[in-house]
Ligand binder design. Structure first.
Ligand code: LLP
Length: 463
């Protein structure tokens, strides 16, 4: 690896330009266990290891950029969620966060169910052997062909998202001579986002059927009237990267209220409620996510309390964490390419990936952290912006972070907590080749999604 000299970048002590960042950690070599997966540590040479394998070896064998997924951490998180909710509840992993055949097998082995939201995700789940009854099918505009496949496969539930879909699913089920288990997705009037929840303007979105104006009650009436549908419950999903349980409490209360109204009107007590996903993870040291057992306790307590007040039998609860399971289990490994110090501002560090492997920073202003992982360094902290190699200036991976000032081309740096919505939202922008996902466990590393090749790109280009 070359370590060519470059002009010194601005030091944090000299200048702090605009941006969201706290002071650099006292020691940049220390890896905050909050944001790194469980088996990540530094070896005696100072190199980061995951599953017992040093990053230099991983980079040599699999190249960069690449996502390294800590399999034992993934499995441990699945178990933690399953144990926290216990036998009287169901945990559905949200496949949109990241899905591959290996992941489906791990979920199956660890006793989780799976939420899919497209024909592609359904195919992956079935192909890898997830029993259809453990699959829930979501989406605001499922095609009739997708509904056909889901019904034919015998998925455990279809989550109805619109009035049209009630009729479509019933029609397909009737043609197949089955009674399809369904839930109705309602919008409960809570829109939750990072660190806050807002109880306004929430019906103004494409998902679900509104509770507030009686639409949800009407959808229930229609679904109950159709023999081809077995309405088993009500579903609600309030947002993403949520830390505050208050939004879930309001949502649970309103869903239970609907169950009580259904009982009063129709004389049926629906046996299930699904409170969706959206639980937050630590992307930086400032984030403090809840543990699954705290989340399970908060949700089950509120549902039991509300049901008792409404004199309802407590329904079976389900949840759909995606990010909270896979997010913390992976990091993206990059090689440093060019370095551009801007006196009085910050140092731009370009890596061999970018917005094609992590669109979240550009799209949501998401915050990430970064560390030098091929070695340790005692150099002072330097304020950096980690950017990609794409042809636009918004191609930012980490907006504001600190790396040692002796950083040089050829160094390996890693961005933690990239397991969710990075590979699954990766693109071929600038004909970038999407990076591989490598599962690491107990000293062994294996590719579970291979790196794209230029042949892959040309194969689709049939002009
Ligand atoms: N259930 C439903 C019905 C959902 O719509 C979602 C996410 C989940 C569960 C899982 O949410 P999670 O626990 O993973 O937060 N691309 C965005 C996130 C979009 C989430 C969409 N729905 C991001 O990168 O932050």
């Amino acid at each position: 690896m070359s370590r060519s000299a470059h002009p010194a970048g601005p030091r944090h002590a000299d200048v702090l330009p605009e941006g969201h960042y706290s002071a650099p950690a006292a020691d940049l070599n220390v890896l905050d266990e909050k944001v790194w997966s469980r088996t990540v540590t530094r070896d005696a040479d100072g190199a980061l290891t995951v599953g017992g394998i040093a990053v230099a070896r991983l980079a040599e064998e699999f190249g960069t950029p690449a996502y390294f997924l800590d399999e034992s951490d993934f499995r441990a998180r699945c178990r933690a969620w399953a144990d926290a909710f216990g036998a009287d509840a169901d945990v559905f992993y949200a496949g949109k966060a990241f899905l591959s055949r290996a992941v489906v097998r791990w979920l199956k082995e660890e006793g989780l169910n799976l939420d899919v939201c497209s024909g592609g995700e359904l195919t992956t789940a079935l192909d890898a052997g997830m029993p259809a009854e453990r699959i829930a099918f979501h989406g605001n505009n499922k095609t009739v062909a997708e509904i056909e496949r889901a019904v034919e496969a015998g998925v455990g539930r279809i989550v109805l998202d619109s009035f049209q879909e009630i009729v479509r699913v019933a029609h397909v089920a009737r043609r197949h001579g089955v009674r399809q288990r369904v839930q109705i997705r309602v919008t409960v009037g809570v829109e939750a986002h990072t660190h806050e929840f807002i109880a306004t303007a929430h019906e103004d979105q494409k998902f679900g059927i509104a509770l507030a104006d009686g639409q949800a009650a009407e959808a229930v009436r229609r679904a109950l009237a159709l023999d081809a549908l077995e309405l088993v419950g009500v579903h609600s999903h309030i947002g993403s990267q949520i830390f505050d349980m208050a939004g879930f409490e309001v949502s649970a209360r309103r869903v239970v209220q609907l169950l009580a109204e259904i009982r009063d009107e129709h004389g049926v007590e629906l046996p299930e409620i699904d409170l969706g996903g959206g639980l937050g993870i630590a992307y930086t040291s400032e984030d403090d996510p809840r543990e699954p057992h705290e989340i399970a306790k908060a949700l089950t307590d509120i549902v039991s309390r509300e049901c008792e007040a409404a004199k309802l039998r407590t329904p079976r609860i389900s949840v759909e964490p995606g990010r909270a399971i896979v997010g913390p289990t992976a990091f993206t490994l990059y090689e440093v390419g060019t370095i551009k110090p801007l006196e009085g501002l910050r140092t731009y560090v370009s890596v061999d990936g970018g917005m094609s492997d992590n669109i979240r920073t550009a799209l949501y202003d998401a915050e990430y952290t970064v560390a030098l992982v091929s070695r340790t360094s005692d150099a002072e902290p330097m304020l950096v912006r980690v950017v990609g190699k794409h042809c636009e200036s918004g191609d930012i991976v980490v907006k504001d972070a600190f790396l040692p000032a002796d950083l040089a081309p050829g160094d390996l740096i890693a961005v933690p907590a990239t397991g969710a919505y990075c590979r699954s939202m990766a693109s071929n922008y600038n004909h970038a080749l999407r990076p591989p996902v490598v599962a690491v466990r107990d000293g062994e590393a294996r590719v579970i999604v291979r790196r794209e090749t230029e042949e892959d790109l040309l194969r689709l280009d049939v002009g």
